[in-house]
Design a protein around this ligand. Structure first.
Ligand code: UT7
Length: 363
């Protein structure tokens, strides 16, 4: 039997600054009532100006490594799903790889909008099952506040910043990722776009999100239900066999519509949208972390992850929760030592860079 990718660690990072609907309504023609009724969102977290997707990803990755008790030197692949990297390269994944001391890992960013984390999970799991690597770090990290137009009430009230990470390790087939489906329909891509405004990118405006909300809403409700049906049927199961569904956190009404269509109980769909809004590729791993920490994932149970977004794209995966891999204590201690050393080096390099950029700045 080929090895199965088990989730052995999970971590999340949310910036400390909370922005409520009422605060947004002070600067925008909107209201707490509209946002709550139409989306389910009450507040979101916003990163500091200097805090990018990479920094958030590093925090989440460190927590996941601690939980997994893995030596970062064992990680063969770092994949970061993001649409809001600080730069095209070096990739967020390469920055994370260095910051955590994963000195034997390949690293790349993956672009599949809000579906990106499920895509990355599926690819990393395949690499583990094929025997190419023994462990992977899979992250979703987004600084959505940097790509929304803060004057556009149709979009800016929806999004938030954050990062979530998991460690996948090769284990026996009793637990881990059992099946996944990935999909894309480029014909409807214009419904959700992130690009520079014509003529304004050069003026330093940067990319901003544009969305046909109703079109995306219809797509999302339909695809959440159909991809859950498809991925469960791959295993000869029904959606009702799932103990918990962890969906992309875009709109409470999307989750409710999918439940209604599937006849699935809404109390078995995990939602933290109220507190964080839509964090794009980070939403599924952040929700997974919280569900695990709250004890909502019990060993042996089946949990589905499902996401949809720009592309238009979608993905769904089924995991049998639990881990059969426990590292011997000396490996856990060595791993912790390597992480601490990598963290010191990373901070040192950041200070050096900061000092040299200050020296270069004209007075
Ligand atoms: O992660 C990527 C995937 N993204 C999604 O899944 C988002 C999917 N779409 C949605 O969640 C919903 O379509 C929205 C939350 C974006 C919008 O909700 P809606 O019920 O579809 O509203 P709507 O776009 O049909 O707009 C209804 C009205 C409009 O006014 P008129 O034209 O009827 O006078 C909007 O201008 O609500 C107005 N509106 C607002 N009013 C107050 C739109 N945004 C706001 C706002 N505050 N923030």
């Amino acid at each position: 039997m080929p090895p199965r990718a088990q989730i052995t660690g999970w971590g999340k990072y949310l910036p400390s600054r909370t922005v409520t609907n009422d605060e947004l309504a002070q600067a925008l023609d909107t209201s707490d009532e509209w946002i709550r009724q139409r989306t389910g969102i009450r507040e979101r977290r916003l990163a500091r100006p200097a805090e990018g997707a990479a920094e958030m990803a590093v925090h989440a990755a460190r927590e996941a490594l601690r939980k997994a008790m893995i030596d970062p030197g064992e990680i063969g692949l770092v994949i970061v799903a993001t649409s809001t990297a600080d730069q095209v390269f070096p990739s967020v994944a390469s920055i994370v790889q260095y910051a955590i001391g994963a000195n034997r890992a390949g690293a790349f960013d993956l672009s599949a909008a809000c579906s990106g984390f499920v895509y990355a999970l599926s690819l990393a799991s395949d690499a583990i099952s094929a025997g190419s690597i023994r462990a992977a770090l899979v992250i979703g990290a987004e600084k959505m506040s940097g790509v929304v137009d803060w004057g556009d009430r149709n979009t800016c009230v929806l999004f938030g910043d954050g990062a979530g990470a998991i460690i996948l390790q090769a284990g026996d087939p009793k637990a881990g990722l059992l099946a996944s489906v990935l999909g894309s329909d480029g014909s409807d891509g214009e419904a959700l776009v992130l690009r520079s405004r014509p003529g304004e990118g050069a003026a330093g405006q940067g990319p901003v999100i544009a969305m046909d909300g109703r079109r995306v809403f219809r797509f999302a409700s339909r695809i959440m239900a159909s991809s859950l049906r498809e991925v469960t049927s791959k295993l000869g199961l029904a959606v009702s066999d799932l103990s918990l569904v962890i969906p992309h956190q875009a709109n409470q009404r999307i989750m409710d519509a999918a439940c209604e269509e599937l006849g699935y109980p809404p109390d078995r769909v995990y939602s933290n949208l109220e507190r964080y809004g839509n964090t794009s590729a980070a939403s599924v791993p952040i929700a997974l972390c919280e569900a695990a920490d709250e004890g909502r994932l019990r060993d042996g149970e089946l949990v589905a992850l499902v996401a949809f977004g720009g592309g238009l794209s979608w993905g769904a995966a089924i995991v049998r929760w639990g881990r059969t891999i426990r590292p011997p204590w000396h490996v856990a201690v060595r791993g912790r030592g390597r992480q601490l050393w990598a963290a010191i080096l990373w901070q040192w390099r950041r200070l050096l860079r900061l000092a040299s950029s200050r020296r270069r700045r004209p007075s």
